[in-house]
Design a binder for this molecule. Structure first.
Ligand SMILES: NC(=O)c1ccc[n+]([C@@H]2O[C@H](COP(=O)([O-])OP(=O)(O)OC[C@H]3O[C@@H](n4cnc5c(N)ncnc54)[C@H](OP(=O)(O)O)[C@@H]3O)[C@@H](O)[C@H]2O)c1
Length: 298
C-alpha cells in the first residue's frame, strides 16, 4: 500500500471535524486504553457506547453500556446486532488480553487470546461494516474504524495453525492476534470503500492487559506494570494525545494507514502480501464458522 506520510493531523485546520454529538462505539471501552478513550470522547461531547464485561462508568453522562463476553463468537454476533451500526460515526476496537503461559480455550473451542483480542473483532466487523454509518444525514466524513493492537511490528502470524492446536507458546499465540488485527485493517480498507480503517499502536501502557500472562495481582505483574508506568504515558495521556488524529480530515484519503503512540504514520509489516492476507483471513473465517455462528457476508 502507498502511504501518504505527510498526514499532518496536528495542524489546527486539520483538526476541523467536530467531536460533539458524534456517535461512537468503543468495543473494549470498559477498561484500560478503551475506557480512557471513551471517557475522553464523552467529555468532549460524543455519545459513546462501550462494550465489555464490567461497566465502571455508570452515571457518566453520554456513556452507555453493552455487556458481553467477547471470547465467544456468538456474543460477538449479538453485539453486532445490538450496535446501531447505521448511525455510528466511529468504531474503536480495544478488547484484548495476553495469551496465558498454558493454552486456554473458550467454551467454543477457540484459543482464548485469539478469540478475545482478534477473532471477535473480525466477526463484529463483518456483520456491521456493510451498514456502518449509512444513516447519518449530512455526515462530513466516512464512518471510521480504528483497531488498537501492535501494527507495524513485523508479525505475519501462522494461518496454518491459527488456533494453536499443533503447538502452543504464549508469545507466538499472541503474535497471531497482532498480525490478525493488522491484516484486518489492510483487508477492510479494500473490502469496504464506503468506510475508512486504521491501525493504532499505543506502545507500552500500564493497564491490565498482561494479567493473563503474569497472573492477576501477582508480584511479577505488579513489578512489571509499575516499571511500565514509570517509563510510559498513562492510558489517559495516550487518549488525549491520539484523539485529534481520530478526527483529522487527512485520514479520509488514507484508509489502511497505521499510527504509532505519538500519532505518527507507520508502515505496515513486511510480509503482509495480498496472498498472505487472503490466506489468513480465510483461516480466520473458517475458525469463526467452526463455533457455529452464521458466516457473515463478505
Ligand atoms: N497496554 C499496553 O501496553 C498495550 C500495548 C500494545 C497494544 N495494546 C493493545 O491495546 C488494546 C487495549 O488493551 P489495554 O492495555 O487497554 O488492556 P486492558 O486494560 O486489559 O483492557 C482490555 C479491555 O478488553 C476488555 N475485555 C477483556 N476480555 C474481555 C472479554 N472476554 N469480553 C469482553 N471484553 C473483554 C476489558 O473489559 P472488562 O474489563 O470489562 O473485561 C477491557 O475493556 C489491546 O488490543 C492491546 O493488545 C496494549
Amino acid at each position: 500500500m502507498k502511504l501518504d506520510k505527510r498526514v499532518e493531523w496536528h495542524r489546527p485546520d486539520a483538526f476541523a471535524l467536530d467531536i460533539k454529538d458524534k456517535q461512537i462505539a468503543v468495543v473494549g471501552g470498559t477498561g484500560g486504553i478503551g475506557r480512557a478513550e471513551s471517557r475522553h470522547l464523552a467529555s468532549l461531547g460524543a455519545n459513546v457506547i462501550v462494550v465489555g464485561q464490567t461497566f465502571r462508568d455508570a452515571g457518566t453522562p453520554r456513556i452507555k453500556f453493552i455487556q458481553a463476553d467477547l471470547g465467544l463468537m456468538r456474543e460477538a454476533q449479538r453485539v453486532a446486532e445490538e450496535l446501531p451500526a447505521e448511525t455510528l460515526d466511529m468504531v474503536i476496537f480495544t478488547t484484548g488480553i495476553f495469551a496465558a503461559p498454558q493454552r486456554q480455550e473458550t467454551a467454543e473451542g477457540i484459543e482464548r487470546d485469539l478469540a478475545v483480542s482478534y477473532l471477535n473483532r473480525l466477526v463484529i466487523l463483518r456483520a456491521i461494516a456493510p451498514r456502518l454509518g449509512t444513516q447519518r444525514p449530512n455526515a462530513r466524513m466516512k464512518p471510521r474504524v480504528f483497531l488498537v493492537g501492535y501494527p507495524g511490528s513485523g508479525q505475519i502470524g501462522t494461518p496454518d495453525d491459527l488456533n494453536a492446536e499443533r503447538s502452543y507458546k504464549a508469545m507466538p499465540a499472541h503474535m497471531n492476534t497482532v498480525a490478525g488485527n493488522e491484516m484486518l485493517v489492510l483487508d477492510a480498507a479494500k473490502r469496504y470503500p464506503h468506510a475508512t480503517f486504521f491501525g493504532l499502536n499505543p506502545g507500552l501502557i500500564k493497564t491490565n492487559i498482561r494479567d493473563n500472562f503474569f497472573g492477576k495481582d501477582t508480584l511479577k505483574s505488579r513489578v512489571m506494570e509499575t516499571l511500565i508506568g514509570w517509563f510510559t504515558p498513562t492510558a489517559d495521556t495516550y487518549a488525549e494525545r491520539i484523539t485529534p488524529l481520530l478526527f483529522a480530515r487527512e485520514l479520509e484519503r488514507n484508509s489502511g494507514a497505521m499510527f504509532n503512540n505519538k500519532g505518527q504514520a507507520i508502515l505496515p509489516s513486511n510480509g503482509l502480501t495480498e496472498q498472505h492476507i487472503r490466506k489468513f483471513m480465510a483461516a480466520s473465517e473458517s475458525l469463526a464458522a467452526r463455533t457455529g455462528i452464521q458466516r457473515a457476508a463478505p
